[in-house]
Structure formats: C-alpha cells, structure tokens
Design a protein around this ligand. Structure first.
Ligand SMILES: *Cc1c(COP(=O)(O)O)cnc(C)c1O
Length: 388
C-alpha cells in the first residue's frame, strides 16, 4: 500500500525552523515580538493593503471587523449560504442575525440576487435599509471568496454602496488571489471592501498553525482593531482599559512561522496552479465529470480543486472508492441556512447552492503534492468513472 494522500496538508519549509528557533532561543514566544510586526508588514507588502492586524484566527478577525463596522445586536448581515460556517457564526457573536443569499456559477455570493433582495424585500429609510419581513436594519455584507476564486467584487461593491452596506471580505481561502481585469485590476482579494480577513489555519494555503489577519485601508480602524485584539489596554503598566476587548493577538512564534510561509507563498501558488492544470487536462477527457473553472479576469490562488459529479450518490461512491485507494476527498459544506442554529433565519431564492452542495467533491490540493500523486488521483478517478 503506497502513501496516503490527504486532502490538504501544511507545507512547512524555507525559513520556518530558523525563525521559530529564534523565538525559542530568545524567549519571545508570546503576544509581543518583532515577528508579529514583520508578518504584518509582509502581508501589507504582498497584498498592497496599507494596514494589517494579526489575530489568533480568521474567525476572530471577522468578528472584530463586524464590530468595527458598527454591526450591533438586532442588526442583520447578508451572507452566502454556501460557505464554511465560521463567518455566519461571527454574525451571531456580535448579536446580529444572518440573512442567507444564493451563489453564482463559481460558488460565490450572487450580487444580482442580493440586489434583487434589497430592492424587493427591503425599504431604504433614513435609518438604513430595513428588511420588510423582520423590520431589522441590514448593516453589512460578507462575500466569501470560495476556495480561492475571487467574488464579483465590482458588482458587490456597487450594490453595497447603493444600499449603504459595509463590506467585509472573507478572504480566508483566497490569500494571493487577484483581479487581472476591470475596475479592480491588480488588486488582491480582501483589499476592496471595508475590511478583508485572511486565515492561516493548518489547511489554508499558508499557515501559522492557527492564525488570521485583518486588513483595511483605514488607519483608525486598523488601530482600533489592534486595540480591541489586545484587551483594549490603554496602559500596559497600570492596566487601564477603555473598552471590552479580546485576547485575539497572534503570538510571535506563530508569526515567525507565518513569515516563513509568506516567503514561500508565491512558490506554493505556482505548484497549485500547475497541479490545477494537470487535473483539468486529465478530467477534460472524461465525460460527465465537470471540473470547476475560474471566473474571467482573475488570477486565483488555486487553493481547492472542485469536481462536480452527477449527484450525491455518485459523489458518495467516488469518495468511498478513493478512500480505498488511500486518497482523501471531501464534499462541499452543508448549506448554512439548513444548519441547526440558523434554520429559522431568512433566506432568499436559494437555487444554485443546493446543486453545488449535492454534487461537489474536493480532491487533494496540498502545495506539497507531487506530479506522481496528482497522476495517482487522476488514474483513480478515471478508473471509477470507467468502471460504471
Ligand atoms: C477557514 C475559514 C474561516 C475561518 O478561519 P479560521 O482561521 O479557521 O478561524 C472562515 N471562513 C472561511 C470561508 C474559511 O474557509
């Protein structure tokens, strides 16, 4: 039996050992230290964002962003139903309620239907946009760049500005993804809305073990985010605090690992892209098997690779077949408007998301995946399809 191929595993190399060792040797392992600053600077330089605040994970970054966007208890936030549950939960963390939107052909938030919802189901008042059904104020929208494919931010920003909504980009899966055409040509995902949030969890394209970063172009908001993430401490000697803060700051040791990972990120994306092309070529020869493409005018980070099968039965069968061959794969998330904590929340014209929910299977995508392993995965999938 040859080696097991996981869906996504960390790729630790470069200066990781050297930088982490420096933390261990000097004792700078905790919430302060030079690596945190260097990590933030590197993110700014790489993404072109003026400010970055490193936090313990992507989820806490989203929570801080919502709070700094003025989302308050009783407000509402528009979210996609097809995403990991973390951004939805953060809406509840600040006491607000999510309203679920459908996705487009790339599994990203559909701006057209979102605009239709705002036009048909809401009133624009002096206090803000009010949901006719719930009488709550809609404050913000969280587009998620699903699996690294950038959302249609031009349309999302137009709709958000028209209805005066704050925009928090969940770029946790899309570090390194950029627009190559149009209004945002050259811009990275995360740099367009009021806030963008990256994750450095173990399964993401670059990792700090667990970690996140919030980016913004607003100097005051960046300072406020850093303040809130460090217990809103005004005076570090006398422990004077002026707000209810959080213990959300990334540690120096994590930032050391993160800095080494950021140095390697361009090479990770290169490998992911070449593996994407190899998969695409292999699957183009198989009838009845769709491989999710890339929107026009973008250069993604190719984080995850999504196969689309004929339905849930075929997907489950393929998943089981691959496990027997030592290959891990995983279906896309359960839709959030069907999850227990959100079953009573409003949703609007969810039509495409269930299709993806039923058909998508993600296949191995680690940046350490060799061509031999890509070939092994392709052969196994071909064998499964031909056997039927
Ligand atoms: C990973 C992820 C998050 C959360 O990031 P953590 O660092 O794990 O807290 C949020 N949203 C999406 C879409 C993610 O994939």
């Amino acid at each position: 039996m040859s080696e097991f191929i996981p869906l996504s595993e960390p790729n630790i190399g470069g200066n990781a050992w050297k930088y982490v060792k420096q933390c261990l040797d000097t004792g700078w392992v905790s919430g302060a230290g030079a690596f945190v600053d260097q990590f933030e600077e590197k993110i700014c330089k790489y993404t072109g964002s003026p400010y970055a605040v490193a936090v313990v994970n992507g989820t806490s970054g989203l929570q801080l962003a919502l709070r700094l966007c003025g989302v308050r208890p009783g407000d509402e936030v528009l979210v996609p139903t097809l995403t990991f549950i973390a951004p939805i939960n953060t809406v509840r963390y600040v006491g607000a309620e999510p309203v679920f939107m459908d996705c487009d052909n790339f599994m990203n938030l559909d701006p057209k239907k979102t605009e239709e919802f705002l036009k048909k189901e809401c009133h624009v008042t002096r206090k803000g946009v009010i949901n006719k059904k719930t009488h709550r104020i809609i404050k913000a929208i969280i587009p998620v760049h699903v699996f690294g494919n950038p959302c249609d931010m031009k349309e999302i920003m137009r709709v958000a500005r028209r209805f005066n909504l704050k925009v928090i980009e969940d770029a946790t899966e899309s570090l390194g993804s950029r627009y190559t055409e149009g209004k945002y040509k050259g811009r990275h995902t995360g740099t367009i809305g009021d806030f963008g949030v990256f994750s450095f969890n173990g399964n993401k394209i670059a990792t700090t073990g667990s970690g996140g970063t919030l980016i913004t172009a607003d100097k005051k908001l960046a300072a406020a985010a850093k303040h809130l993430s460090t217990q809103a401490k005004l005076d570090g000697v006398r422990y004077v605090h002026d707000d209810v803060g959080y213990n959300f700051r990334l540690t120096n040791m994590q930032a050391a690992l993160g800095l080494a990972q950021l140095e390697q990120l361009p090479s990770f994306i290169k490998i992911k892209k070449s593996n994407y092309l190899a998969y695409k070529k292999a699957f183009s020869q198989i009838q009845g098997l769709d491989f999710l493409g890339i929107p026009k005018g973008v250069d993604p980070n190719y984080w995850f690779y999504s196969l689309s099968l004929s339905g849930p039965e075929q997907r489950e069968a393929l998943m089981a077949f691959l496990v027997k061959q030592g290959i891990q794969s995983r279906p896309v998330w359960e839709l959030n408007h069907r999850q227990k904590p959100y079953a009573h929340n409003q949703s609007y014209r969810i039509e495409k998301s269930p299709e993806f929910r039923d058909r998508v299977l993600n296949i191995p995508c680690s940046s350490g995946l060799t061509s031999a392993k890509v070939n092994k995965v392709c052969s196994a999938i071909k064998e499964f399809v031909w056997k039927k």
